[in-house]
Design a protein around this ligand. Sequence first.
Ligand SMILES: [Fe+2]
Length: 364
Amino acid sequence: MQFKYLMPTKVFFGRGSVRENSSELASFGKKALIVTGGSSAKLSGALSDIAAALEGLGIEYSVFDKVENNPSPETVKAGGEAAKDIKADFIIGIGGGSPLDAAKGVAVLAVNDMDPMELYTNSFRNKPLPIVAVPTTAGTGSEVTPYSILTRNDLKTKMSFGNADTFPKVAFLDPAYTETMPFNVTANTAVDAFSHCLEGYLSKRSTPPSDVLAKEGISIFGSCLDALVRREIEGDTREKLLYMSMLGGFVISQTGTTVLHGMGYNLTYFKDVPHGKANGLLMAEYLKFNYPYAKEKTDNVLRLLGVETIDEFGGKLASILGEKPHITDEETEIFASITMKQRSTASNIRPVEASDIIKMMRNM
Ligand SMILES: [Fe+2]
């Protein structure tokens, strides 16, 4: 047995976790930049809880709320300038994956004079500012990963950077903040979180401890599957989904993702399909492709999900996620060539050729 395991983020999970643990923020300094998107930070109550916590501690703050869905390096650059302007001591990301990922880039650029494209070197002269993460969706797991996934218009895809210094120092996970998500966002983000557990489990880079976490996440998704099919998110489902998403973050922090994320980015970049849905639409084909190389693990996945076959699971996903985008043969070939250049494609448990990607995308 040989593996590395790193999880430096201090996690506070549960209702009221910001209010009850706000003293954690005191050690990071006297000025904070809050990085958010348009509305979920406000709607969820997370922004007002963080603002009250900062005010209670005498910490000044500004809000940078210009993070779009699937943020670009240019947005991160603007956030870095905003942090420099106020001489921020630390960065607080509030929202879904986009603001949390942007917050990591902002934390780097706030203290490094570099072009945002240089973020991808993962080499930063000055250590990024401390990052605090408050998720308002249950999908990305970004609150407990080092990854920041930005849209690369030059490469027509999304690509991640991050190193040990871009893990958030503290994450506050309060299921109450996820209650304002509409059903489709709940479903898409839940499938993303599941995808992290699944891909980490089926990655060439999987480790014994990451497999334990992945199997727990997969079994939790299984216990929520029927509620998602019925479109009834009630009781403790939100808490379970947020817990699963954290587990998925723990997993991919060790393993990274695989060809499924790489393929899905095409549907997001070219077809505007939300990230989790993009992964979910391709998931059954991905499982079938990998089956000869991961029979025992795939059988475990199906058992933990409470389904008999990959097709049964694919049918449930289809009913949760809704319609598929139309893709031409020519597009499929372009998508395959872009996916082959993703680092995560090389981590897939079964070696991948462009022709395999074309087949999976056609059979989707
Ligand atoms: Fe993801």
